[in-house]
Design a protein around this ligand. Structure first.
Ligand SMILES: [Mg+2]
Ligand SMILES: [Zn+2]
Length: 184
């Protein structure tokens, strides 16, 4: 069984810049590298799982989304491989770019991106987490049956109220580094 931490990107490992359209402008939080190194050292596999509907909405190209992926992987995997893989959903049912505008089954909180890495039956659910700053991340965790974690960076503060109204058993941390330090 595999212990896995699924990480949201925007608002969790970097600032949420609302449809970032140039990977060179991505602002990765200063603590994120250390946080991922700690998580990895504790024996977890790390995957980034991110909705990038800006592609469907015509805010940036698929090529740019690929560049952002490469940038994140290069940043975190520069010394050792901290991130196993980075998956993103470019779709949105109300997009403007026809090719990407439909109701997909990979957009969080759906589990399609994770099914792609084909680990569903192997996940050690008790010891795995989805960490993010939005309700959709919490609901992804619920849909997978793993522990939901809210960080208060990004939209975390704003989303907290909405999340607390639901009866999910959510762990809350100020940021990803606090989460990394707290898990066993
Ligand atoms: Mg987010
Ligand atoms: Zn999708």
């Amino acid at each position: 069984m595999r212990k896995i931490v699924f990480l949201d990107r925007d608002g969790t490992i970097c600032e949420d810049s609302d449809y970032l359209d140039d990977f060179r402008k991505m602002k990765i939080f200063s603590f994120s590298y250390d946080a991922l190194a700690i998580i990895k050292n504790k024996g977890y596999e790390i995957y980034v799982i991110t909705n990038q509907s800006g592609v469907a909405k015509g805010k940036f190209s698929l090529e740019e989304a690929e560049n952002q992926k490469k940038f994140v992987l290069a940043y975190f995997n520069r010394e050792k491989k901290l991130i196993e893989d980075y998956l993103y959903c470019p779709h949105h049912k109300e997009g403007v770019v026809e090719k990407f505008s439909f109701e997909c089954n990979c957009r969080k909180p759906k589990t399609g991106m994770i099914e792609k890495i084909n680990t569903l039956s192997e996940i050690d659910r008790k010891n795995s987490y989805v960490v993010g700053d939005k309700l959709i991340d919490i609901e992804l965790a619920v849909n997978l049956g793993v522990n939901p974690v809210l960080v208060l960076t990004g939209y975390g503060n704003e989303e907290q109220k909405k999340i607390m109204e639901k009866d999910y058993n959510v762990l809350i941390f100020n940021n990803l580094l606090d989460f990394a330090n707290s898990i066993i």
